[in-house]
Design a protein around this ligand. Structure first.
Ligand code: ATP
Length: 277
């Protein structure tokens, strides 16, 4: 069997005396789309920062592409990072540079390529994310969805073996969010890299995930396939899934009844209804 792209073993993190990540162990396999989910404050960003080598664990190990990210030399760590692409939630494009310049930046910093080749690679990657012809626009001229696409183009410009996406559909309307999901699936199929996605968006997670890691208060509550997570009878997982239902589905009649001070009659959100999720 081929080597896992990421292996995390017994990761513990403290912020001061607060135990934030508790004995987290997981693997991410080659070509897998691996989702990290969990409620606010559950530790998703902290875990992502660990996978990127930006935080030092209190205890435990993190192996990226076979290397312990904190045991290697600074030079090796730098080399590892060039094999990892990151698309940040905000896009994190430089506002003073055109879209094309933003995407070319990693090539200029890390690859020894002439300007013609940099231009070709940049335009190729823009094409991959359906932004061909937009290279001369400035980030401020892009829509929210286009910013996410440009951020993905920059993240893949070095042909990474690992791609990390932080809340790729945050702030987008459902149609645009779904097109970003499709793009993530397409990137994995075309480039074969492992993709780690941090998201709050359950629909997106269910659509693109091979496996989902559910964090709860810094612990791995579940780590399994989409089907297994959906079928889980673990109450905490069901609560997490149902939170989405309650937020997403506002029953206007029930709302009015509540405002009128009537007792809830509808069983729509009752325990039986939840089981049908
Ligand atoms: N630099 C820090 N110093 C102290 N505590 C922190 C720090 N960063 C995060 N925390 C705490 O660690 C816990 C986990 O935070 P984290 O940002 O990883 O959660 P999250 O799941 O990404 O949340 P969200 O979805 O709201 O972004 C939270 O209780 C948070 O308050």
């Amino acid at each position: 069997m081929s080597q896992s792209s990421i292996v995390v073993e017994n990761l513990n993190t403290f912020y001061g005396s607060r135990h934030i990540l508790k004995n987290v162990s997981l693997t991410v396999e080659p070509g897998e789309i691996f989702i990290i989910m969990g409620g606010s404050g559950s530790g998703k960003t902290t875990l992502l920062n660990h996978l990127l080598g930006l935080l030092i664990p209190t205890s435990g190990t993190i192996r990226i592409l076979g290397k312990d990210i904190h045991a290697v030399s600074a030079l090796e760590r730098q080399a590892l990072r060039t094999r990892m692409g990151v698309a940040f939630q905000s896009g994190a494009l430089f506002s003073s540079m055109s879209v094309g310049e933003n995407i070319a930046l990693p090539l200029r910093e890390h690859a020894e390529l002439d300007e013609t080749t940099i231009g070709i690679v940049t335009r190729l990657k823009l094409e991959v994310v359906s932004l061909a012809g937009f290279e001369n626009l400035m980030p401020a001229e892009l829509s929210g969805g286009m910013i996410k696409r440009a951020a993905l183009a920059r993240a893949i410009v070095m042909d990474p073996r690992l791609l990390f996406c932080d809340e790729p559909s945050a702030g987008l309307d459902p149609v645009v969010a779904s097109s970003i999901d499709d793009l993530i699936l397409r990137l994995r199929d075309a480039m074969g890299m492992s993709i780690v996605v941090v998201t709050h968006d359950l629909d997106s997670a269910f659509k693109i995930a091979d496996r989902i890691c559910v964090l709860d208060k810094g612990e791995v509550l579940a780590l399994d396939t989409v089907d297994a997570i959906r079928r889980s009878d673990n109450e905490r997982i069901q609560n997490l899934l149902n939170r989405r239902t309650e937020e997403a589905e506002v029953d206007p009649d029930a709302y009015l009844r509540r405002l009128m001070g009537e007792k809830e009659r509808s069983t729509r959100f009752g325990p039986q209804a939840r089981k049908g999720l």
